[in-house]
Design a protein around this ligand. Structure first.
Ligand SMILES: NC(=O)CC[C@H](N)C(=O)O
Length: 611
């Protein structure tokens, strides 16, 4: 813990929180709650702040691990759990979602005899009642486990506070009887209140609250344990009610000034949850007339103002969702094409377009993408959308994307999704969605998707691909310009080798002692990690770097049955001695091939880096 605190203190947010802590510690206004006698024993000097980010980093300042009772903060989480387990319809039939403008313990109900919202006692007791109806005698244990999952550790009840509230909780008893009178509560009032008082008496720290809030901010997934505690549906509704009613009768001022969904408790805690960013937990038992912690309020307000965290203060630019946009002419796949095919691709570069998407995609991004796609449309036949940098796609944006794809299908544009991250929620949502759209292909790697589009373009021009068909020596690019005598003399030095599919021709690290002319079949040059550097076919040379480098830099594998002619370096040295002009030509051809490769690589860098 100390080690973590030390390193945390160097981070800018930690320094800011430390300044808030130092400054607001001097504020001694407010009173420790005493209507529940046990709460009056709290130490007014205690003050802790914790922030948990949605990627699970915890900042802690001051008394962040001191425990206190959660009180009303539990209401937000129990509401989420009620939505999740008994469903929105049932929950909404017994409790409203309107801010009441009343104090938390108001006995007033709405004109329809339902509690105003689940953040005041009446609404919260009604929600606990729903859990009791469902779980019967196991209701509290069930709630304890569920709330513990939000915190990422097993919470415990503070028995003295529970008993203290049970002994003095007549006002809540009055509320509960009123609810039963109106049919909102069913069953035994005392049993429901027992569960409610226990849930309010759970011991938490500011750190726990920050993790619980971060779980809400992270669409219901606890960022420390990775557990999905409730669905994002329940979270969105819970945050809505926290926004409008979480801070009781000061809710309007809260939204106006702070603008972060929050919930306070008379025990001195506050949770605030900023979707997709962070969860804040504070503890200071000095509370104001409305029942909100004074120092906690000031911390939330300072954090929101200083860092512009108001939820309506959106800063995103939808255009950043396109990491790169190019056509198949400017960035080719790693398959080296024979000159004739290369020429076809150059002539048809606008037939295939690639949009590399990035970031969490929502409505605004896809709306922008839809316009970018429309601008590409003239002559477009293949569109690749790359998702490798996309962590999530909202349902709303998928609806929009579906329309875009329908339009493309009508215009006979074939669409490929590439790079959908494996084993992630986005893979699940996209693949379920793709099963209804057989016209859209999904290809694992972007490079493979580009290769697929290139193949289609070449195929539709020539009717077939040249890949793998056999060639003659004079078609070798490296041997361009050699006359028949020279070729004949060279041929005498070549040794034919054959490889089966999957066999390795060359191993990285070995001494480079020959180069090979691929006469038929296809080979791939790969790094040991499996990453493909190039795929070559008949008419091209592999291992030609042996003319310049002493060791092999990558593996070469046969993708099909392969026939090669192997030229040993010592044989080539003899050939150069007797055929100086031809030797010179070969070295010049090599230089030209390398220069071409460099130009292609530079273009690629230019296209990809200009975004
Ligand atoms: N505002 C609160 O934290 C109130 C909770 C407390 N248990 C009550 O019902 O009175």
């Amino acid at each position: 813990m100390d080690e973590q605190r030390d390193s945390v203190a160097e981070l800018p947010l930690a320094r800011f929180l430390a300044r808030c802590h130092a400054e607001f510690s001097r504020d001694r206004s407010g009173e420790v709650a005493s209507y529940i006698p046990e709460l009056a024993l709290a130490d007014p000097a205690h003050f802790g702040i914790a922030v948990t980010t949605v990627d699970g980093y915890v900042y802690e300042i001051g008394d962040s691990t001191v425990e206190f009772t959660i009180q009303s903060i539990s209401k937000a989480f129990v509401f989420a759990l009620a939505l999740e387990t008994v469903g929105a319809e049932r929950v909404e039939s017994i409790v409203g979602v309107e801010p009441s403008g009343d104090a938390f313990n108001s006995i007033r109900l709405g004109s329809d005899n339902r509690p105003f919202n689940p953040m005041v006692n009446a609404g919260a007791i009604a929600c606990t009642g729903l859990i009791c109806e469902r779980e019967q005698d196991g209701a509290f244990d069930w709630l304890l486990q569920a709330l513990s999952r939000f915190a990422g550790r097993r919470l415990e009840v503070d028995e003295p506070t529970f008993r203290s509230e049970r002994e003095t909780g007549d006002r809540n008893r009055a509320i509960a009887y009123l609810l039963r009178n109106h049919g909102v509560l069913q069953g035994d009032v005392d049993k429901v209140l027992d569960v409610y008082f226990r849930q309010c008496a759970l011991r938490v720290s500011a750190r726990d609250l920050s993790v619980m809030a971060a779980t809400l901010a992270h669409k219901g997934r606890n960022p420390l344990t990775g557990e999905q505690v409730v669905s994002s549906y329940a979270v969105a509704r819970t945050l809505s009610v926290m926004t409008s009613s979480g801070m009781y009768d000061s809710a309007g001022r809260w939204v106006y000034r702070v603008g972060i969904p929050a919930k306070s408790g008379v025990g001195g805690g506050i949770v605030a949850s900023l979707p997709s960013q962070l969860g804040l937990g504070t503890y200071s038992p000095l509370i104001d007339d409305q029942g909100n912690s004074v120092r906690g309020l000031r911390t939330c307000e300072a954090l929101s103002t200083h860092f512009g965290l108001h939820m309506l203060n959106r800063v995103g630019d939808v255009r950043t969702c396109i990491a790169a946009s190019y056509d198949v002419g400017s960035v080719s796949s790693r398959r080296s094409r024979p000159p004739r095919e290369q020429a076809i691709l150059e002539a048809h570069h606008g037939d295939g377009a690639i949009l590399e998407l990035t970031g969490a995609l929502s409505f605004g991004n896809i709306e922008y993408v839809s316009r970018r796609i429309r601008n590409l449309r003239a002559g477009l036949r293949y569109l690749i959308l790359d998702f490798r940098r996309v962590p999530s796609v909202s349902e709303a944006s998928l609806r929009l994307l579906a329309d875009v794809l329908d339009d493309l299908a009508q215009a006979h544009v074939e669409v490929v999704f590439s790079g959908i991250p494996r084993g992630t929620p986005i893979e699940q949502s996209l693949s379920e969605w793709l099963t209804d759209r057989p016209a859209v292909r999904s290809i694992g790697l972007l490079d493979e998707a580009i290769e697929w589009a290139e193949d289609r373009i070449i195929h539709s021009e020539t009717g077939d691909l040249e890949l793998g068909t056999s060639t003659d020596l004079h078609e070798q690019e490296l041997l361009r310009g050699l006359d028949d005598d020279e070729l004949c003399a060279l041929k005498a030095l070549l040794v034919q080798r054959e490889y089966r599919t999957g066999e390795r021709l060359i191993s990285a690290g070995e001494t480079a002692s020959s180069l090979m002319f691929v006469m038929s079949g296809i080979v791939s040059v790969r790094l040991q990690s499996g990453v493909r550097l190039a795929t070559l076919s008949a008419g091209m040379a592999v291992g030609e770097m042996a003319l310049l480098e002493t060791a092999r830099s990558a593996d070469v594998w046969a993708d099909t049955k392969v026939v090669c002619l192997d030229l040993a370096l010592d044989a080539f040295a003899r050939f150069r001695a007797s055929h100086a002009r031809a030797g010179e030509k070969i070295m010049a051809n090599l230089a030209r091939l390398l220069a071409k490769r460099l130009i292609v690589a530079n273009n690629k860098i230019e296209v990809l880096a200009s975004y």
